[in-house]
Design a protein around this ligand. Structure first.
Ligand code: ATR
Length: 267
């Protein structure tokens, strides 16, 4: 049976095995998908061993996405832009191919599952770390009117803005409202919010948090209190997995039904 796995550290709580098991059943594909605890020193060897032993594909998660990127013989355009790889597969000639499905997973979730278009919208992205870098190219390919990256460390926002040809700002210097605000900071992991002005939210503002949880995230709570609708990143998690599954199996699973199923289980 074809073997797949996700490598990260920590890895025990990864939802990827159950997501891919669901997709496999749904599309009648015969495969196994397990977790692999990544080793800080031996990561590259672990990847090589997995494929040498006949493994078909790996997902890569924190903190190894940049190291996976550095290992690849061939990179997709979106992986090159992201500077990070979350999906690996081995070509017939033994070349290691790396892709990054995080950004496209989020964009398809926003457009397909939430029916929110990015075209001609003024988009504000909070944060300038690896998670944000991974989503910029797929967002820009939807032709928004503008993309502004706001970050606590403005230099990091500026570096991304220079690379992707968009705008950079501190949180303080932001003015007026935006059509779409996407939270890509890791601040909410520690229960914090960046200092966001009320005026960022206008009548039509829609908010997306790359984080997700059982409870409404702290960022979506902030938006809700100011009258803005939004969605959390559960659909992004499922969406990036669906894109990886498609890459490996050439069969496109239905991610919306799984998001609904996981949401019910979380309650
Ligand atoms: P990830 O891979 O999740 O993107 P990262 O690369 O460490 O992780 O980036 C974390 C992001 O969250 C950064 O934009 C960080 O801001 P700085 O670049 O200024 O460090 C942002 N962040 C984390 N904690 C934050 C906080 N309490 N307030 C505002 N931004 C925060």
């Amino acid at each position: 049976m074809d073997q797949y796995a996700v490598v990260g550290n920590p890895i025990a709580h990864s939802k990827s095995p159950s997501i891919h098991a669901y997709f496999a059943t749904q599309t009648q594909q015969s495969l196994t998908y397990s977790t692999l605890l990544g080793d800080e020193v031996e990561f590259e060897q672990q990847v090589r061993d997995f494929f040498q032993q006949g493994g078909k594909g790996l997902n890569i998660t924190v903190p190894f996405k940049e190291r996976a990127y550095a290992m690849c013989d061939i990179l997709s355009q979106r992986a090159k832009q992201a500077g990070a790889v979350n999906t690996l597969l081995m070509g017939k000639n033994g070349d290691l191919f790396g892709d990054n499905t995080d950004g496209i997973g989020m964009v398809r979730d926003i457009i397909d599952n939430h029916q929110v278009s990015l075209k001609d919208k003024r988009v504000l992205i909070l944060g300038a770390g690896g998670a944000v870098r991974g989503v910029l190219e797929p967002i820009l390919s939807e032709q928004p009117e503008s993309v502004t990256i706001a970050n606590r460390t403005v230099e990091k926002a500026q570096a991304l803005a220079d690379h992707f040809d968009c705008l950079a700002s501190s949180f303080d210097a932001l003015e007026g409202s935006f059509d779409i605000i996407i939270n890509g900071t890791s601040a909410s992991l520690s229960g914090n919010l960046p200092p966001l002005k009320d005026e960022l939210i206008g009548d039509q503002t829609w908010c997306y948090d790359m984080m997700y949880g059982v409870e409404r995230t702290i960022f979506l709570q902030w938006a809700h209190e100011r009258g803005a609708d939004g969605a959390d990143g559960l659909g992004m998690l499922v969406g990036q997995a669906a894109e990886a599954f498609y890459l490996w199996r050439q069969v496109r699973p239905d991610s919306a039904s799984l998001v609904a199923h996981m949401r019910r289980q979380m309650l």
